[in-house]
Design a protein. Structure first.
Length: 255
């Protein structure tokens, strides 16, 4: 069983990457019943069900891009409130579902909303070298085009673009000179586990990059499990709220 954790900002292409990886699985050896052997386990599924009850909508409604953007402040704020009480609440919920699915023959478990280093740490502790991870990168301008003007303004004005759920893992993309010396070694270690896939071009270009990544990711895990697990743990402890906001600023200006 493999656990593939996908990180990236809003509208960067996390769900699209998941679908492309599953398409590749189907085309190259998936065989009969491959759909039952590959499933997604978003950390936010439990959260989304709660928000749907509050807003009087269905989970299917959230497939609509405009509705998803309108619900995003609820998702971010309620999700953050729960995390304040238990930082591992959402990853623990998803991990229990992954454990149950593995007992029923699921081989590829895609987590499409990895946002924090403590979540990566918990996955590594629980599933070991069966964990692979990837970060999808798209510029602010690219993501604005995908959101539309009204949704983009809501994304910025509500503060979501600067929320820790959006920016904590930005440190993986920063040049070394912008990373605090106390974090630099851990970031370097994790870059070996979390490759970066650029999604600023066409869908065809993105799919080609995803295919190249997936050929390796489907078969390999962390080369040094202890090192990457320890690095994820240390970064989860070091990156407090102030550091997250500080790190996000040069990323947004430079996009």
């Amino acid at each position: 069983m493999r656990v593939i954790a996908i990180n990236g900002k809003a509208r960067s292409g996390k769900d699209t990457l998941c679908l492309m990886a599953q398409k590749f699985l189907h085309a190259h050896g998936g065989g009969e019943g491959w759909e039952k052997r590959a499933r997604t386990f978003p950390f936010a599924d439990s959260l989304k069900r709660m928000v749907c009850i509050l807003l009087g909508i269905t989970m299917e409604d959230l497939n609509d891009p405009d509705m998803k953007e309108k619900a995003r402040p609820w998702l971010v704020n309620l999700g953050g409130d729960v995390r304040e009480r238990d930082p591992d609440a959402w990853v623990d919920c998803a991990s229990r579902e992954i454990d149950k699915a593995a007992l029923h023959g699921v081989e590829y478990c895609f987590v499409t909303d990895l946002r924090y280093f403590n979540e990566l740490y918990k996955l590594l502790r629980r599933f070991g070298d069966r964990v692979g991870a990837v970060r999808v990168s798209a510029s602010l301008e690219t993501r604005k085009g995908r959101m539309g003007e009204a949704n983009f303004r809501r994304y910025v004005d509500s503060g979501i673009s600067k929320d820790s759920s959006e920016v904590q893992m930005d440190v993986l993309e920063l040049p070394d000179f912008k990373i605090h010396s106390s974090q630099r070694e851990d970031v370097t270690i994790l870059r070996g586990l979390v490759p970066l896939i650029d999604n600023n071009g066409s869908k065809e270009e993105f799919e080609a990059k995803v295919t190249t990544w997936w050929r390796a990711a489907a078969e390999t895990g962390a080369e040094d499990l202890h090192a990457v697990t320890s690095a994820a743990y240390r970064l989860s402890r070091k990156l407090g709220p102030e550091a997250r906001l500080m790190l996000s600023e040069p990323m947004e200006r430079g996009e």
